[in-house]
Unconditional design. Sequence first.
Length: 220
Amino acid sequence: MSHTTLPLSDRLYEYYQAVATRETELLAALREETAKRPDGTIQISPEVGQFFGLLIELMGAQKALEIGVFTGYSGLCIAQALPFDGKLIACEINQDHAKTALRYWREAGLERKIEIHIAPAWETLDTLLENGHANTFDFLFIDADKENLDRYYERCLLLARPGGLIAIDNVLWKGRVADPEDVDLDTQAIRALNEKIHEDARVSLSMIPIGDGLTLARKR
Ligand code: CA
């Protein structure tokens, strides 16, 4: 009988990864290269990337949006799951991160499916809205700076088609969201959005304790 989510010990997590994760050599190489960077711990875990692939297949998603590319791991997972004529529009502000991502996307032969915009993401999102992309995206992933989180969420709701899925990373923020003494601005932004989506009748909600916590919000 279980009334809670099973905590994963190191041993159990190792077992889980051994039987659950199907990572290509290229994805493993990207993950290992990224892990060597001082900011390498912010990349998504392989099971999250694989989960996105499954969601995209299940939805038959054709058009995806990613806010916060970093070195390209999640983008690679998303793009490889999209059909041949699928499209991922990817937002990244850091030129250096985008360079690494592009190198791997090229090597995976996925470059043609991905359009990267190197600019503040909210500017790119506004341009998409102005250019008629509202209500067209099937799958949208928010994984960028936390201070603009609410802004990204509201724009994603406009860009998603009815039935489209918005995924938001880091919603459990290494447990910090549950610490009332943690008043860091990023923690507060995540907490505020979690509370807002909890009450948000515009979406169906499932928050999954995978990786650093993943919210799935389906636009009604
Ligand atoms: Ca993240």
